[in-house]
Design a protein around this ligand. Structure first.
Ligand code: AMP
Ligand code: GLY
Length: 445
């Protein structure tokens, strides 16, 4: 499957080859194009803006407040016609595809085929995220520890096979975090099987694992796996891990659940075998691979894979990635990761970061948009506002446009310092209906 079409890919390659030398700017830094418009993409752009190797950052659609350090393009990343015109005519040395939907559509494949160094898994490799049953099957083949499981062709078939113990019900496809229910009773399991996202297709039933969770993200290029600093996300909407699942209400790194100095060992168990298995299957992985882990009594087990940077993991992990991140991303995007890290090992900065998602009333359910955000210009020192669901107001200022509006990130020498800063920032920003969890990273201090 190809979104751009074979002829167009060749045309874009030709047009890129014919651009004037001036646009090639030999010796100057990279021009980077980021696709996506949330807190994750804001964090990627913010991190790249700190690199000597990066000259220009363009983003589509981006979020509010990015004009300070990035150029927001005036078309959506799904507007393929405009995107094709843009990459044919503009200087783009590196493309980074952020969101799961764009990766699952195969946008990274298409950009790569035009000759642009691209960070983003192929559609085929990103099946690790968009098909739970595929991910489980690959884990079993690769010998990666995970919950025992079985796939069913339909919710009805799963209902008939329901065991007499707690079970995790998972919709097979992409469901934006809404397709997973940990059912403690038979009734909860039947209700979960009746949810719209679950009812439609294949269903996976899984053993319930117990233990604290951590996120281990890595750069993967074929068999090369380079772990990034581990983090802990807080997925439930309410304090004390109550209420429905969200995209993530806050994050912390480093984390006691998976300390920095264990990242490489754990990656050897949960990521490297997957990278080798994908190469063996002829669908090598090139991009960011994220393992959602649970530390059980029997060791770390994989809950899920995501084929991208986590959100809000990126907001705390990327500030800790030492060295030139632009060069690192370019090496990954152009299939040179192994040689690049051999010469420039990735250093974890010895800093702590905590993010707190400031959300719109109603999230993760229905919420209102268009509320004016105050206080962004008076954030305390060491506090950053990573915009997730915001737009620039036509007459100045910034308005809310999403459920998770801002990820307020605090940095410090310890998690305690970082947490205090993040909360000072979260309290300093205001909009009608704003709320946030008050216990992010509390277990870590
Ligand atoms: P997922 O979308 O697969 O990450 O699942 C969302 C959340 O559901 C995870 O972060 C876990 O908290 C929980 N979960 C998923 N699978 C399991 C499992 N096998 N055992 C216990 N909890 C799970
Ligand atoms: N932080 C959870 C996710 O990115 O899916």
């Amino acid at each position: 499957m190809s979104l751009f079409g074979k002829n167009l890919q060749q045309q874009i390659r030709d047009m890129r080859a014919q651009r004037t030398q001036a646009r090639g700017r030999a010796g100057a830094g990279y021009a980077v194009l980021i696709l996506g418009g949330g807190g994750r993409e804001y964090a990627i752009a913010w991190r790249l803006a700190r690199d000597a190797s990066v000259d220009r950052i363009e983003i589509t659609p981006g979020t509010g407040g990015m004009g300070l350090f990035a150029h927001t393009l005036d078309f959506a990343p799904t507007d393929l016609g405009r995107l094709q015109q843009h990459v044919a005519a503009a200087q783009v040395d590196l493309a980074i595809v952020g969101p799961d939907e764009l990766i699952a559509r195969g946008l990274a494949d298409d950009l790569r085929r035009t000759g642009i160094a691209t960070v983003g898994a192929s559609r085929e490799a990103s099946r690790l995220e968009w098909s739970k049953s595929f991910a489980k099957e690959v884990m079993d083949a690769a010998g990666v520890p995970t919950a025992s499981w079985k796939a069913y062709p339909s919710a009805a078939a799963a209902a008939e096979a329901l065991p007499d113990r707690p079970v995790v019900v998972k919709a097979d496809g992409l469901a934006a975090g809404k397709g997973v229910v940990v059912a403690r009773s038979r009734k909860e399991a039947l209700d979960a099987l009746d949810l719209a996202v679950v009812r439609e297709g294949k269903v996976v039933l899984e053993e319930v694992l117990e233990g604290p969770e951590a996120s281990l993200l890595a750069l993967v290029d074929g068999e090369t796996v380079v772990p990034l600093p581990p983090a802990t996300d807080h997925k439930r909407v309410g304090d004390g891990d109550t209420g429905p699942n969200t995209g993530g209400m806050g994050c912390v790194t480093p984390t006691k659940v998976l300390p920095d100095d264990e990242a490489a060992d754990v990656a050897r168990v949960v990521l490297e075998p997957i990278a080798r298995e994908m190469v063996k299957r002829g669908t090598p992985y090139r991009g960011v691979l994220y393992a959602g882990l649970m530390r059980t009594k029997a060791g770390f087990k994989v809950i899920e894979y995501n084929a991208r940077f986590g959100d809000p993991e990126a907001e705390v992990v990327l500030p800790r990635v030492g060295g030139d991140f632009g060069k690192l991303m370019h090496a990954l995007g152009s299939g040179r990761l192994a040689e690049h890290v051999a010469a420039n090992p990735v250093r974890f900065e010895p800093r702590a970061y905590v993010s707190v998602a400031v959300c719109a009333a109603g999230y993760p359910g229905a919420y209102e948009k268009g509320k004016r955000i105050e206080g962004l210009d008076s954030l305390p020192e060491g506090v950053y506002a990573f915009h997730a669901g915001t737009i620039n107001a036509p007459n100045g200022g910034v308005l809310t446009s999403g459920g998770r509006v801002l990820h307020i990130v605090g940095g410090g020498d310890t998690v305690k310092d970082a947490r205090e800063r993040a909360y000072a920032g979260a309290k300093a920003v205001r909009f009608e209906g704003a709320f946030f969890r008050s216990d992010i990273a509390l277990r870590e201090v």
